[in-house]
Design a protein around this ligand. Structure first.
Ligand code: UT7
Length: 329
């Protein structure tokens, strides 16, 4: 710890495209049913960006709302981190592109590549930079347009994903509240179970990669499911142990929103009743790095997080990566 400061979240914001794609719409596109999707995943509908919208647009919208919520101006931002697996382009980074959109010229800019765990990785890094006194105010965003890397012919994956962005502003505070602890982990040996195979230096874009549909996300759902349940449970237990808390101290659990059964398993692992778990994947599907900050913003705006509360955030994603955070409000 640096100088007795602790990073606290002083504002949140989120954004999602207007267009809604329901399970019934999907029934017309692939061999699936609303019933299968609801019972296997908990998802009812998701948001889909139009062709003119890129990830930095949603990120900028969420950022503006977080700035408004915190009563700060863009000139207050020392750094911007954007967690995403669907950048506008390979480079410049999405953080650079959205920095320009909101006019935050003073801010250092960084993209985070930790897939669905990216927002928690961002929180952890931002908190550390604030705690050591390097920066005072950091904007952390999770933003995705997964529907543009979704294979709409693959029923195993196309029912799962949606678009959106969520943002949180962290600032050095003096009081005993803020991000109490974070825990991060990863296992690169299982990377191929959830990946976007082509378009990088391993398999550059070619006619063949396009013909073989290798620019779309591929996932071995069931394997990912099992790892997610294990890693999220372990990470939740570890981060609570770090600060000497138990699930009885947790007022609200916000996990990555990939599958209701995974969320239920995580809650069960730490003996937390579902009444204290925030779920919104029925309306957004899996929005990868955006899912936790969107849920966090909604929960705050709905009055589900009060002064003095303790929240637990838990994520899991491609890589594999995982992470969690305990926040005292
Ligand atoms: O965000 C990063 C982390 N991602 C996740 O955490 C996702 C983790 N995985 C999951 O959420 C689940 O594994 C899925 C929802 C993707 C799949 O659920 P599952 O219970 O693991 O099903 P399954 O893959 O074992 O497939 C069961 C059956 C298969 O049929 P057979 O082989 O048993 O005859 C699939 O072909 O369901 C079939 N199926 C479908 N049926 C109707 C797969 N997708 C669909 C579909 N509609 N959309």
């Amino acid at each position: 710890m640096g100088r007795g400061t602790m990073a606290e979240i002083i504002g949140t914001g989120s954004a999602a495209p207007e267009k809604v794609l329901t399970n019934f719409d999907l029934e017309k596109m692939v061999d699936t049913s609303d019933e299968w999707i609801r019972t296997r995943t908990g998802i009812r509908e998701r948001r889909v960006a139009d062709e003119n919208t890129a990830t930095s647009d949603l990120a900028a919208q969420a950022a503006r709302r977080a700035l408004e919520d915190s009563s700060l101006g863009v000139e207050d931002l020392d750094m911007i981190m954007v967690a995403t697996v669907t950048p506008d382009m390979n480079f410049p980074s999405t953080a650079c592109l959205m920095q320009d959109k909101i006019g935050a010229r003073r801010a250092a800019v960084l993209d985070i590549g930790a897939a669905c765990s990216g927002f928690i990785y961002g929180l952890s890094l931002a908190r550390s930079l604030i705690d050591i006194g390097e920066y005072r105010t950091i904007l952390v965003i999770g933003a995705e347009i997964l529907t543009k890397i979704t294979d709409w012919q693959d029923r195993n994956t196309c029912i799962l994903f949606g678009d959106g962005a969520g943002a949180a502003i962290l600032q050095a505070g003096e009081e005993k509240k803020g991000i109490l602890a974070t825990h991060l982990g990863g296992d690169g040996s299982l990377g191929s179970l959830l990946a976007l195979p082509a378009g990088g230096s391993r398999l550059p874009a070619s006619h063949q990669t396009v013909d073989e549909r290798l620019h779309y996300l591929k996932m071995a759902g069931n394997e990912v499911f099992k790892s997610a349940v294990r890693a999220m449970g372990d990470s939740a237990v570890t981060v609570l142990e770090k600060v000497g808390l138990t699930s009885q101290d947790v007022d609200l659990l916000i996990t990555h929103q990939a599958n209701l059964r995974i969320i239920q398993a995580t809650a069960k692992r730490i003996h937390l009743p579902m009444e204290r778990v925030y779920v919104n994947l029925d309306r957004y599907g899996n929005t990868s790095a955006a899912s936790i900050p969107i849920a966090l913003d909604e929960a705050r705006r709905r009055g589900l997080i009060k002064e003095g509360d303790t929240s637990l955030l838990v994520a899991f994603g491609a890589g594999f990566t995982w992470g969690s955070a305990v926040i005292k409000w």
